[in-house]
Design a protein around this ligand. Structure first.
Ligand SMILES: C[S@@+](CC[C@H](N)C(=O)[O-])C[C@H]1O[C@@H](n2cnc3c(N)ncnc32)[C@H](O)[C@@H]1O
Length: 405
């Protein structure tokens, strides 16, 4: 979509720019189709427990994948452990974020696109998207980095929120600054494990920095996530809540999600979630995108850490955070079976940082990441972009499945 690089407020036909937000960009949770799921779950056990059910499951994933990420290899379901044909079919398969009614939709009036012709140039001095990206880096415009990805779409800069080109940019779809929005390009499989339920395994060799998929699901407010849903999933003994790292929003992949909802925890993770801003003017409503942290071999399990920061992994070469760990008594907080030599033995520990009292909720990581919280009026990311310079630098993106209080 071609737009002026400043902000548009209305079109000549009187339609506001926000009316033009494509359905691929904004999915409202109240429009979530549930018919197919209800139908399938009402089928007799003879079908639901048969291998036909697995084929239906794989076709539903294939159909959704074809719509959202054309060209992505099919996802195969493999179970050599028992006779369960598929994971519990309790969710609608989707690669999108479905906005709860309490979460404001993307605001195109505030979103700014670049004017670049063809592919954005990582040395450009005029590309608005590059400027917004650089303003997140420590030296602002002086930073020597270009975009976060190399020319093959491999993530090169792990330190900051990624700002991709968006629907209002003039650059082409194959611009190197459009990786997450193009979808998965590599093969992943859903595989039953012995002790951790279902998990995700690499279907091919992958190099470090390969994009795998976004953590899709319901985009809800922290208040909803923390109150009702936390309690509910604690009862189930499984949770799919993922905190947008102190940004006041949470992604819940229980009822809607894609293959990433099956990623298990490891104390020595080979993947990590990065915050990526695409069609939002504020970095608070980013998407969580999964990338490989290191080269991964075919058939290796893909996993990330449900807690801790990237610095914990990179600096300490261990997910054990610098601080004390208290084991929580919650039902979801079962024993960790990741098998890593540095395994701390528990899934959702309460981490007490060295400089914290045990009563200090939220963690210092959230404080560091959430520059916007200390920057009244600085919520907007678009426009001059310079505002982002005040937002504070991420010292390492933090994972936070929402059990880490
Ligand atoms: C986001 S789900 C992951 C997918 C899950 N395995 C399934 O079958 O749906 C999180 C749940 O998976 C299980 N899990 C994940 N990592 C684990 C680990 N390292 N050890 C034991 N259980 C694990 C726990 O039940 C946890 O609440």
């Amino acid at each position: 979509m071609k737009q002026d690089s400043r902000v548009l407020t209305s079109t000549s036909s009187g339609v506001t720019i926000n009316d033009l937000i494509p359905s691929s960009t904004y999915c409202c949770l109240s429009n979530l189709p549930t018919g197919l799921l209800d139908y399938l779950n009402d089928l007799p056990d003879s079908i639901r427990k048969s291998l036909v059910f697995r084929q239906i499951f794989e076709s539903v994933i294939a159909e959704s994948t074809a719509q959202d990420e054309p060209g992505a290899p099919p996802i195969i379901v493999i179970n050599e452990i028992d006779d369960e044909p598929t994971p519990p079919w309790e969710f609608f398969y989707s690669n999108k974020l479905w906005y709860h009614k309490d979460v404001p939709p993307p605001d195109y009036n505030k979103l700014v696109g670049c004017d670049c012709i063809g592919e954005c140039n990582p040395t450009s001095t005029t590309c608005v998207c590059l400027r917004r990206q650089k303003n997140l880096w420590p030296d602002g415009m002086q930073s020597g980095f270009g975009f976060s990805y190399d020319e093959n779409g491999i993530l090169k800069n792990w330190d900051e929120t990624i700002v991709e080109c968006n629907d209002l940019c003039q650059c082409m779809g194959k611009c190197r600054n459009r990786v997450v929005q193009q979808g998965r390009k590599v093969q992943v499989n859903i595989v039953k494990t012995e002790e951790k339920g279902w998990g995700i395994f690499a279907g091919e060799r992958m190099e470090a920095g390969t994009f795998l998929g976004i953590y899709s699901g319901e985009l809800i407010t922290e208040a909803i996530g923390e109150s009702r849903r936390y309690m509910l999933y604690n009862e189930y003994g499984r949770t799919y809540l993922f905190d947008l790292q102190g940004n006041n929003y949470v992604v819940d992949a229980f009822h809607v999600g894609n293959f990433t909802r099956f990623l298990n925890h490891s104390c020595a993770p080979n993947c990590w979630m990065k915050n990526v801003v695409i069609n939002e003017h504020t970095k608070r409503k980013c998407v969580l995108a999964l990338f490989t942290l290191e080269p991964v071999e075919e058939n290796q399990e893909l996993h990330f850490s449900y807690f801790g920061s990237l610095d914990d992994v990179r600096v300490c070469t261990s997910i054990i955070p610098r601080g004390r760990i208290e084991v929580r008594e919650d039902i979801v907080n079962g024993k960790c079976y990741c098998g890593a030599p540095n395994c701390i033995g528990t899934l959702f520990p309460h981490i007490i940082r060295d400089n914290q009292d045990s009563g200090d909720e939220g963690g210092d990581e959230a404080e560091v990441l959430d520059g916007e919280r200390h920057n009244e009026g600085g919520e907007e990311m678009g426009g001059e972009g310079d505002r982002m310079a005040d937002e504070g630098r991420e010292t390492g993106a933090g994972n936070d499945m929402q059990m880490d209080t």
